[in-house]
Design a protein around this ligand. Structure first.
Ligand SMILES: [Zn+2]
Length: 352
């Protein structure tokens, strides 16, 4: 390797030494589907996470259509139960419920897992169940995926046509309760009307765990410049998604990913952007063809970035950020520090 390449690799080592933070990963539905096996975390995930220098992952509960509505609660609980069992079998992971627990896990070189929920289907219409999931460790909640549920409606994968209504009364109660418990409210996927309403009834910095700029991929599931500015005005953070960087396969590149990062920075500054990779190919490739076609029809065909497809590729992002001229301080904010600030500020009950 030439000397300059060695020094770049050493620089990446340094930037990843404290672990990078990924705010969206569909780990729990995969663990659930692999429930006949043991040590799945160690055999299927650990190597890639370590190779990429990943330190904190928001592991999301997600309920597939086939479990709706009544089995959603059972599957949601079981996804957490699988995670608990798996973490017990490994010295390399820790489920974290506070900023302090995340810091402690990192100090002992464990991968810190924050349990998230993508779509509140497991709660049904029962606000009391939010409290129960909180007790079980859920610390980040997005009200919806793409579909409508008792809390609100998701943004669709088209430039117009999402449901025009905002949150339901139940959705508003949930958001208020999340804010008072110290659960991060995640605006990923919510339709534009729901987005506005969440901002209107909350006071803390808002986040979008995994999304892209509509300027570069214009669907209502992504966020507009105006929405990006609203997040920035409240000192929130936007995580950039790797599977929706462009509607075109040939444009779905690492450079395009960084274009989204830069677009957010140009609008709201370096403190407003983070990573929410949404690495999904490992699940997608397990699906039968019919299920892939169903996803393409209902949502969109994901275009995976060839050199940013899983956590082992995280160093490629940092290398690209260096190549594009970001300094170390800026890169640290993008890959870790902005999310760590959000954990520090939001993972505590209001008033405490
Ligand atoms: Zn998602």
């Amino acid at each position: 390797m030439p000397k300059s390449a060695v020094s770049i690799e050493e620089r990446i080592d340094r930037l990843h030494a404290h672990g990078i933070v990924d705010l969206h990963f569909d780990m729990l539905m995969d663990l659930y589907e692999k429930r006949d096996r043991t040590n799945v975390l160690a055999t299927d995930y650990l190597e890639e996470l370590r190779a990429g220098g990943v330190g904190v992952v928001a592991a999301a509960i997600y309920i597939e259509d086939r479990y709706l509505p009544e089995i959603a609660l059972r599957v949601g609980l079981d996804q957490i139960a699988r995670l608990e069992r798996e973490v017990d079998q490994s010295d390399d992971f820790a489920i974290c419920k506070s900023y302090e627990e995340i810091v402690r896990a990192r100090q002992s070189n464990k991968v810190a897992l924050l349990i998230a929920m993508e779509g509140v289907e497991p709660l049904g219409r029962d606000l009391d169940l939010l409290r129960m999931f909180y007790e079980l460790g859920v610390r980040c909640i997005g009200l919806t995926h793409a579909r409508r549920n008792p809390a609100g409606s998701g943004g669709i994968f088209a430039a117009t046509g999402s449901p025009r209504d905002g949150l339901t009364a139940f959705g508003r109660d949930l958001v208020r309760e999340c804010e008072s418990l110290g659960v991060i409210v995640d605006l990923a996927h919510i339709n534009p009307a729901g987005f506005d309403e969440v901002l209107a009834i909350t006071t803390r910095p808002p986040i979008v765990s995994h999304t892209n700029a509509r300027k570069l991929y214009d669907v209502e599931r992504n966020i507009s410049d105006e929405q990006i500015k609203m997040i920035g005005q409240r000192r929130g953070v936007i995580g950039i998604n790797s599977v929706l960087v462009s509607p075109k396969k040939e444009e779905s590149t690492l450079d395009r990913y960084v274009d989204h990062v830069e677009h957010v920075i140009n609008l709201i500054g370096i403190d407003g952007v983070g990573v929410g990779f949404d690495f999904f190919e490992f699940i997608y490739r397990q699906w039968p063809e019919a299920k892939k076609q169903d996803m393409a029809a209902k949502l969109a065909t994901p275009h995976f970035i060839s050199d940013l497809r899983n956590h082992s590729h995280a160093r490629n992002l940092t290398r690209k950020l260096i190549e594009r001229g970001f300094n170390d301080n800026e890169i640290e904010k993008i890959v870790r520090e902005n999310w760590m600030r959000i954990f520090r500020e939001l993972l505590q009950a209001s008033g405490s």
